[in-house]
Design a binder for this molecule. Structure first.
Ligand SMILES: [Zn+2]
Length: 431
């Protein structure tokens, strides 16, 4: 007979059609609430025949904390058997998705809660696991089960007119700290959105991803933003041939800075016969060199000139610095035809044979990517928003202390940066 106390217990536990058998207090460990369902009958899963009750087996599920304490739900599941001798099913265990999905180690309500904590609030899996008194894998498994349908919701990816591809370091692994790269696929039009991440930084994975979209979706992409990398150029050429390729200004200037740095190190080596030392004038100039000219005050400028005077006898570093600053000026030009004249003069000047090799190399790069670099003046889109997304990804990685598995990484960054529809969290079916 149901007493007032058992009714109150069931009310507190808050699960449908469940009665509370016992509450177990365990010092220093999660409190355990033993329950069984009130279901008295069941139909066979295969043939629908009314099943006979056999015995019970219990599962321990991580649940939400109750009254400030970590707690577990011990579900004493009824086991049934099918009396129909022709049926393939002999015995089966009670299921109730309202309590927990089949084979889950966490209750349904806890699974939805941890997905929001990790995916929306960006908390670490370890932190959330500590709150629940459970282990890392139980939480991560639940985030995957509820997160995958949120991320794979077809409505998450809308129409895109400007797409960006960008490489991201996703982990370092093994004895030699091998770098593992992935490619971020981003809607770079404002407001930007991380659409997906795929493994590697070759052409294949993003090409496959684009080819999985509909023709109509691909046709709408007018701009394809990329760093100065051959693989992504191939992706766009193969999968989005009608999209205009745009070289990301950030990467163009970054490359100019890389060449400048190479030039400085080479000159240093040639004039001093060793690598940079903190007292060497060129080594001391390295930060001033890569700073934008307009960001140097008079004192900084004077310092830079002094360092170059002392350490750059043939004026090579100076010339490379000048080349970098001139490339930056390209982006201050507004009119596309003026920009075209400017870059052609720049290419002609920089590729002259008496210039330092780093300057000539830059000139050749400008020549190779001329069309993509100039396209920016018409598109005015960049991977800038991609960089913002990358910053979010970096935060995820910092708090997630390194992902071993790519699929875990993908779900976490997409839940956090991919704008899933969080209104669906309460109703999605876990996988
Ligand atoms: Zn049956």
């Amino acid at each position: 007979m149901e007493t007032n106390a058992t009714r109150m217990c069931a009310l507190l536990v808050g699960l449908p059609d469940v009665s509370v058998l016992a509450v177990e207090d365990r010092a220093g460990r999660p409190m355990r609430v033993h329950v069984e369902t009130t279901a008295a009958t069941a139909a066979c899963l295969a043939c629908g025949t009314r099943a006979w009750s056999k015995d019970r087996s219990s599962v321990v599920l991580t649940d939400l904390p109750a009254f400030g304490r970590a707690s577990e739900l011990v579900w004493h599941k009824r086991r049934w058997y099918c009396p129909d001798r022709d049926c393939e099913v002999v015995t089966f265990t009670e299921r109730d998705a309202r309590i927990a999905p089949a084979r889950a180690r966490m209750t349904d309500r806890a699974g939805r809660w941890v997905t929001g904590q990790v995916g929306l609030a960006g908390r670490t899996v370890a932190e959330v696991a500590r709150d629940l008194g459970s282990d890392w894998h139980t939480v991560m498994d639940a985030v995957m089960a509820y997160g995958i349908p949120l991320v794979d919701d077809p409505a998450r990816i809308g129409e895109v007119t400007a797409l960006g591809l960008d490489e991201t370091l996703f982990k370092r692994s093994g004895r030699w700290r091998t770098q593992n790269w992935c490619t971020s696929i981003v809607d770079v039009a404002s407001p930007s959105q991380l659409l997906d991440v795929v493994e590697g930084r070759s052409a294949k994975a993003p090409t496959d991803w684009l080819e999985a979209r509909t023709d109509a979706w691909r046709d709408r992409v007018a701009w394809g933003v990329l760093d100065l990398s051959g693989p992504y150029r191939k992706t766009y050429t193969d999968a989005l041939p009608a999209a205009v390729q745009v070289a990301d200004p950030f990467h163009v200037v970054k490359l100019a800075n890389t060449r400048l740095d190479e030039c400085r190190r080479r000159v240093q080596n040639e004039t001093l016969g060793h690598r940079g030392h903190r007292d060497d004038p060129l080594y001391r100039s390295r930060r001033l060199l890569t700073k934008g000219h307009e960001r140097l005050d008079d004192k900084g400028n004077e310092k830079l000139l002094g360092f170059l005077e002392a350490g750059d006898p043939r004026g090579e570093v100076r010339m490379c610095w000048h080349a970098k600053e001139t490339i930056r000026q390209l982006y201050a030009i507004d009119a596309p035809d003026e920009a075209a004249t400017f870059i052609d003069e720049l290419i002609a000047d920089m590729t002259e044979p008496d210039h330092p090799p780093e300057v000539r190399s830059l000139g050749r790069t400008l020549k190779t990517w001329r069309a993509q670099i100039l396209a920016w003046h018409r598109a005015k889109v960049s991977n800038g928003p991609t960089e913002a997304t990358n910053n979010l990804i970096k935060r995820i990685k910092r708090i997630g202390f390194g992902f071993r598995r790519f699929d875990h990484y993908r779900i976490r960054v997409l839940l956090y940066c991919g704008r899933p529809n969080w209104d669906l969290l309460a109703t999605i079916t876990p996988r």
